[in-house]
Design a protein around this ligand. Structure first.
Ligand code: FAD
Ligand code: AMP
Length: 478
């Protein structure tokens, strides 16, 4: 007799595992199918995020930043060190330990919440049945009242630079270098390319980023993107815009890359090349021909605003559906779907999903950019505050960047918060909370902020919206 569950989730990334835990918490009999195996061949939960994405990249970013600071800026504090050295295998090993702890943590949470963890490949059949192909090749059919598809995404590969995970790597391979490449090329100046490029640049690699678009970080606020490009260039990152990679030739331990820019065809040689040109949804062997679930024109599973697919009782969440490819977006969609399965009126505010780039300085934003709002014909007031005027940032010797708050000129409602600077990711979350509650710039300006904190920059930017900043000269007069 086949097993029957209230909810079967396919994929245990931050979308799927969070949905599974929530479903079990709400009293639904839940199973979660995952096939990913770690290097030891063991089932590893947590998806891209925990295994080869958010967490390992942040572990390497934090390690490399400590090295960079020790080497470049400890002397400012009067600290002298002997020669500062990096042992890359130890750094990469530390990352692996963190990943192992967290993926094991998800397994423990499954146990604690009563989620049945099933190892293998899941495929949706007609009639909300799921085919589970186990590691030994045996097949089991599972019945479900509700199915949540959370199969995530994988790196896009481009014919001009085929990944061999040795000289030409994708984001996963770039987390595993055992030594610092002397000359590192990165294709794509998106979030992943900039973060991984930063890791190795801080450790001494000479990094060149080749980006096909003429515009740097087109999704970010233009003021922020401009500041970011200036800062990264000062840090030694060579960002070539309008540079489209058209070919590559691996010669032993190096690769010659061909790209075209405004001056025609160019060639450049690297010791390692990271291909970071985006990610595509994973739907391979996920849906039986008669499952009834449809894809959109870009290959994502088609869903409505509530993540319902074209088949009643079947949902899809996270990177495999439209929208930003972010772990927190995936998790919140999972929660929304499960709440709705239980009959609760949950919905997600897609306008307030924060975006973060964990470079140094960090870049983070929530809501709309000034250029988008102007394009929509919305009249706005803008307040900015530079970290160079923040006592806390000065104390920390971390004064690059600014906070920018954009408010509706008529209602004063905050429409966008953009931060480039120290702890931008944490600061922007405060903006997101304020926006969720419909805050005006004046409301934010009237709040009491602890002193001295980086958060005060947010406070001052809010005050600056209406010409009331205290610690800088106001551009706008009251
Ligand atoms: P995934 O995490 O991709 O999980 C899907 C899971 O489903 C996988 O484990 C896969 O093995 C499994 N699966 C697929 N098909 C099947 C099947 N048929 N049967 C069984 N199992 C299946 N996002 C952030 O928010 N912040 C960050 O800082 C950040 N940094 C990143 C850094 C890097 C280098 C990368 C690559 C990504 C980063 N992301 C970050 C993006 C984030 O990892 C993804 O948005 C997130 O993991 C998506 O979650 P998901 O649950 O939709 O899919
Ligand atoms: P993202 O989708 O944010 O991860 O960013 C990927 C980036 O890679 C985009 O900005 C693309 O313009 C860029 N890109 C894609 N293909 C190429 C290519 N052949 N050469 C250079 N850049 C590319």
């Amino acid at each position: 007799m086949s097993q029957k569950f209230d909810v079967v989730v396919i994929g245990a990334g931050p979308g799927g595992y969070v949905a599974a835990i929530k479903a079990a918490q709400l009293g639904l009999k839940t199973a979660c199918i995952e096939k990913y195996q770690d290097k030891e061949g063991k089932l590893a939960l947590g998806g891209t995020c925990l295994n080869v994405g958010c967490i390992p990249s942040k572990a390497l970013l934090d390690s490399s930043w400590k090295y960079y600071e020790a080497k470049k800026s400890f002397n400012v504090h009067g600290i002298s060190t002997g020669e500062v050295a990096i042992d890359v295998p130890t750094m990469v090993g530390r990352k692996a330990t963190i990943v192992k702890g967290l993926t094991g943590g998800v397994a423990s949470l499954f146990k604690a919440n009563g989620v049945t963890s099933l190892q293998g490949h899941g495929k949706l059949l007609a009639g909300k049945k799921v085919e589970l192909t186990k590691v030994d090749g045996t097949v089991e059919i599972i019945e479900a009242e509700h199915v949540i598809l959370a199969s995530g995404s994988r790196p896009i590969d481009i014919p001009p630079a085929p990944v061999d995970q040795n000289v030409i790597v994708d984001s996963t391979g770039a987390l595993e270098f055992q030594q610092v490449p002397k000359r590192l090329g990165v294709i794509g100046a998106g979030v992943i390319g900039l973060e991984l490029g930063s890791v190795w640049a801080r450790l001494g690699a000479q990094v060149t980023v080749l980006e096909a678009l003429e515009k740097f970080l087109p999704a970010a606020d233009e003021g922020v993107a401009k500041e970011a490009l200036k800062t990264f260039t000062n840090q030694g990152l060579d960002v070539k815009l309008g540079a489209r990679v058209t070919g590559s030739q691996v010669n032993g331990d190096e690769v010659e890359v061909t790209y075209t820019d405004a001056n025609g065809e160019q060639k450049i040689t690297f010791d390692r090349l990271i291909v970071a040109v985006g990610r595509r949804p994973v739907t391979t062997d996920l849906l039986a021909a008669d499952s009834g679930v449809t894809l959109d024109e870009r290959g994502y599973i088609y869903v409505d605003d509530y993540c319902a697919t074209s088949v009643p009782g079947v949902y899809a969440i996270g990177d495999v559906v439209r929208g930003l490819m972010l772990a927190h977006k995936a998790s919140e969609e999972g929660i929304m779907v499960v709440e709705r399965i239980k009959g609760h009126k949950a919905q997600m505010n897609y306008n307030l999903v924060p975006s973060v780039i964990y470079t140094h300085p960090e870049i983070a934003w929530v809501g709309k950019t000034e250029q988008t709002l102007k394009g929509e014909g919305v009249e706005v007031n803008v307040g900015t505050f530079p970290f160079a005027a923040s006592g806390r940032a000065l104390a920390a010797n971390d004064t690059g960047g600014f906070v920018k708050i954009i408010a509706d000129a008529k209602t004063d409602r905050v429409l966008g918060v953009h931060v480039i600077g120290p702890s931008a990711a944490e600061l922007v979350q405060q903006g997101a909370i304020a926006m969720e509650f419909g805050s005006s710039a004046e409301d934010l300006g009237m709040m009491v902020f602890s002193h001295p904190t980086l958060s005060e920059a947010l406070h001052e930017a809010a005050l600056a919206v209406n010409g009331g900043a205290i610690h800088i000269q106001n551009r706008k007069k009251r």
